[in-house]
Ligand binder design. Sequence first.
Ligand SMILES: [Zn+2]
Ligand SMILES: [Zn+2]
Length: 175
Amino acid sequence: MHAIVYHGPGDKRWEEVPDPKLIDDTDAIVRVDTATICGTDLHILKGDVPAVTPGRILGHEAVGTVLETGPSVRTVREGDRVLLSCISACGHCRFCRLGQYGQCLGGGGWIFGHLIDGVQAEYARVPFAEALPPSSAPSCTHPPRSSPSTPCPPAGSGPRPSAPPPPSLPTRPTP
Ligand SMILES: [Zn+2]
Ligand SMILES: [Zn+2]
């Protein structure tokens, strides 16, 4: 497939890369129908986000169509249109149970185009796919990079409890 690949500050390329494959049982493979370019991508391209290393496929917001699902994914199936949010959620850790998906301790949070390959590509591997929201769901507005953490709705699985977070929760930057 083709994807936007980061090769260091100021160097991005639309190039041929291997197609993504299912890794975890909770993954889905999604055909990306539309992806966004976020201000965070511009920060990455300036070299402001050192956690993004050369070779990473960029992009963390898209809508697409499910092509394949892992054996543990029961709520979406081939052909479903889904929204891929900037914030993924394991759905099980204490922060996800509080609705603080940006602080997920189970491998979620801002990972697309940051810690795992992103969605500015023809196809994407999507972790925690059990509860991908349908693409008709309203999308969130990105908080400014410097604002307190206010994560978008989750792309992945997880309950959406209404309990407010305790005031002492630590925060970390969100995309
Ligand atoms: Zn963003
Ligand atoms: Zn979590």
